[in-house]
Design a protein around this ligand. Structure first.
Ligand SMILES: Cc1ncc(COP(=O)(O)O)c(C=O)c1O
Length: 380
C-alpha cells in the first residue's frame, strides 16, 4: 500500500494550505520572542493577560511544592483531588449551575459531552461555524445531525420544528474565527415554543463578557436549568489550561458516568487547578482588564472603519481582517512579520476556502499605540 504522503504534502503546498508551527522562545498575549527578536503579537487567546500573572505563578509553584506535579491517574481512579473539587464548586457558583466537572481540555469536553448526552435517536443541530470540537462530538455520537446556517435563527427554528425527535442544539457563544456573538436570546425564544437541550460553548466569552466575566449566557440572562449546559476552557481568558462542563446535577453525573474522554484520560495536574482557581478569583474582581479590553475593541473598530477593512462587523475582542485569497493572506502575514508584527494567516480548513484572514486577538495587555502600529503596517 502506498499512501503517498509526499504528494499529499506537495498538494497542500501548491494550494497554499500547508501549515507550519512557529518556534517561540517566550511570549505573552501581546509580545512574542522568535529567534531572539521581539514581535508585537495579536495571536493569543490570553485575552486578559493572565498567563503571565505573578499570583498565578505563585499559586502554581506553591501547589507543586505541596502536591507534586502530575495527578497520576484518571479522575475515577485516583486523579480527583480536593483542588479539583474546589474548582468544580467555584465554577458552579460562578455560573449559577448545580454542578460541574473538570476535563483536561476544551476539545475533550465538547467531544465527550456531546457523545455522552446524545442517543442514537436524537437530532443534533449545530451552527455552521461551531468549533471543530463540537463538529467532532456530533460525528462521534450516533445521533443524526444537521448544521444550520451561521447565526440564522429562522433556519434553526425551521430545523427544530421539522424534527420529531429529542433535539440537542450546540452553539459557540462567541464564534472564534468571525468574532460575532450567538443570538442566545432568540435561541431561548425558540426553546420556549419547543424545548431542546442547549449546549453553549463559552470558550471565547468567559472572562470577558457577563458580570465578573461569567460569559454571554449570564449577560443575556439565559436561565440555567436542566435543559442548558455550558462548556468552557481555562486556556484562553483564564490563562491556564483545562476545561469544564457545567449544568444540572443529573446531566453532570451522567456525563461523569459516560464520557470516555473524561473517564479514560489523566486528570489535570493539581498545580494547574490551583492556578486556575486563583485566576478565576482575580478575573471576577479585576474589572479594569475587561474595561481596558472594551476600550481597545472600540479603538480597533474605529480604525477598521477609517481604513475600510472588512472585519465582518465584529464587535468583540476577536477581530477578523478578511483577505480572501490564501496567497495574499500569507503574503500579508509575512510582510507584517518582517515589520515585527506576529499574526498568522488563518486558512482552510479552519475557515472556508477563499475566506482567509488575519485573526486579530485583542488583549488587555495591548495598548492603543500597538493598534496604531498594526494599522500603519497593514499594506494590502
Ligand atoms: C470554541 C472553542 N471550543 C473549544 C475549544 C477547545 O479548547 P481547548 O483549547 O481547551 O482544547 C476551542 C479552542 O480553540 C474553541 O475555540
Amino acid at each position: 500500500m502506498n499512501k503517498n504522503f509526499e504528494k499529499k504534502l506537495q498538494d497542500l503546498k501548491k494550494e497554499n494550505l500547508f501549515r507550519q508551527r512557529v518556534l517561540k522562545e517566550s511570549g505573552s498575549s501581546s509580545k512574542i520572542i522568535i529567534d531572539g527578536k521581539k514581535y508585537l503579537s495579536f495571536a493569543s487567546n490570553d485575552y486578559l493577560g493572565m498567563s503571565n500573572n505573578y499570583e498565578l505563578q505563585e499559586a502554581l509553584s506553591e501547589s507543586c511544592k505541596k502536591n507534586g506535579l502530575g495527578s497520576g491517574s484518571s479522575p475515577l481512579i485516583s486523579g480527583y483531588s480536593e483542588s479539583h473539587k474546589e474548582l468544580e464548586c467555584l465554577i458552579s457558583e460562578f455560573l449559577g449551575t448545580q454542578s460541574t466537572i473538570i476535563f483536561s481540555s476544551g476539545y475533550q469536553t465538547n467531544v465527550g459531552v456531546i457523545k455522552s448526552i446524545s442517543e442514537p435517536t436524537d437530532h443534533i443541530l449545530i451552527d455552521k461555524l461551531d468549533h471543530a470540537s463540537i463538529v467532532d462530538g456530533t460525528l462521534f455520537s450516533k445521533a443524526k445531525f444537521k448544521r444550520y446556517s451561521h447565526n440564522n435563527i429562522s433556519d434553526l427554528s425551521k430545523k427544530v420544528n421539522e424534527s420529531d425527535k429529542d433535539i440537542i442544539v450546540c452553539v459557540d457563544s462567541l464564534f472564534s474565527m468571525d468574532g460575532d456573538f450567538a443570538k442566545l436570546n432568540e435561541i431561548q425564544k425558540i426553546k420556549k415554543n419547543k424545548d431542546f437541550y442547549l449546549l453553549v460553548d463559552e470558550a471565547h466569552a468567559l472572562g470577558v463578557y457577563g458580570s465578573g466575566g461569567r460569559g454571554l449566557c449570564n449577560e443575556m440572562n439565559i436561565p440555567m436549568n436542566e435543559m442548558v449546559g455550558i462548556t468552557g476552557t481555562f486556556g484562553k481568558s483564564f490563562g491556564t489550561f483545562g476545561a469544564f462542563f457545567s449544568g444540572s446535577q443529573d446531566v453532570v453525573n451522567f456525563v461523569l458516568q459516560n464520557s470516555r474522554s473524561y473517564i479514560y484520560s489523566t486528570s489535570l495536574p493539581r498545580p494547574i487547578i490551583d492556578a486556575t482557581i486563583k485566576s478565576i478569583n482575580i478575573v471576577m474582581k479585576e474589572n479594569w482588564r475587561r474595561e481596558k479590553l472594551f476600550e481597545l475593541i472600540e479603538y480597533f473598530k474605529k480604525l477598521v472603519k477609517q481604513h475600510g477593512f472588512n472585519n465582518l462587523n465584529s464587535h468583540s475582542h476577536v477581530q477578523p481582517l478578511v483577505i480572501g485569497d490564501e496567497r495574499k493572506c500569507i503574503n500579508l502575514s509575512e510582510s507584517l512579520y518582517n515589520d515585527g508584527i506576529f499574526i498568522p494567516a488563518i486558512r482552510y480548513p479552519t475557515v472556508e476556502k477563499g475566506q482567509s484572514r488575519l485573526r486579530i486577538s485583542l488583549s488587555s495587555e495591548h495598548e492603543k499605540h500597538h493598534i496604531d502600529h498594526l494599522f500603519k503596517n497593514l499594506k494590502f
